[in-house]
Design a protein around this ligand. Structure first.
Ligand code: 5GP
Length: 198
């Protein structure tokens, strides 16, 4: 059976990275898609591990050649999901995790209606502000920009299949694992029925 394509989105600071890392630890067969980006690597980031760091020209070439499943501009840089590794893994029956922004998530849903879109919400905007401040990555102006952007992203929650509130990482991860299990039952049933009536 084809693998499940799981998309996780949510505002910066909500804890998507921590949730995805925990999911990958709990589900050894889950494959993380490594995106291409035009942003520069942060200290400690390695090419091909966190991202494929590419030039604007290389990114434009990948778009033109149809090598990206989706792509979007986020905070001034471009990000995209390489198509081939995702399709190959799904075909092999492996589940694939995409940690991408809302614009990308909606593009994925268009080309893969079976993709499961999960939006991670903070318990409150005050908590999101506190988490962003605790990361210490942003200037006060950049933090305000991220919060405004977060509110814009949250408007798209109704287009997602599921919402998970990250008030405790373990609980959020358990909920996502339950969502995947439920979705697999649904798709299995659908395929079996389709097989019988074809
Ligand atoms: P960061 O630069 O902090 O790693 O990521 C910034 C944002 O880009 C995050 O919201 C992340 O989910 C999003 N992002 C990362 N990779 C992709 C991708 O391949 N496609 C899209 N649409 N967004 C991505």
């Amino acid at each position: 059976m084809q693998g499940l394509l799981l998309v996780i989105s949510g505002p910066s600071g909500v804890g998507k990275g921590t949730i995805c890392a925990a999911l990958l630890r709990r589900l050894p067969d889950l494959r993380l898609s490594v995106s291409a980006t035009t942003r520069s690597p942060r200290p400690g980031e390695r090419n091909g591990v966190e991202y494929f760091f590419v030039s604007e020209a290389e990114f434009a070439r990948m778009v033109t050649c149809g090598e990206l499943l989706e792509w979007a501009e986020v905070h001034g840089a471009r990000y995209g999901t390489p198509r081939r590794p995702v399709l190959e893994a799904l075909r092999r029956g492996q589940d694939v995790l995409l940690e991408i922004d809302v614009q990308g998530g909606l593009q994925v849903k268009k080309s893969f209606p079976d993709a499961v879109l999960v939006f991670v919400l903070p318990p409150s905007m005050e908590e999101l502000r506190r988490r962003l401040a605790a990361r210490g990555k942003d200037s006060p102006q950049a933090m305000e920009r991220r919060l405004v952007w977060a509110l814009k992203e949250i408007q798209r929650v109704p287009d997602y299949d599921y919402v998970v509130v990250n008030d405790a990482v373990d609980r959020a991860v358990a909920e996502i694992i339950s969502i995947m299990a439920a979705e697999k039952c649904r798709q299995q049933e659908y395929r079996q029925v389709k097989g019988i009536f074809q």
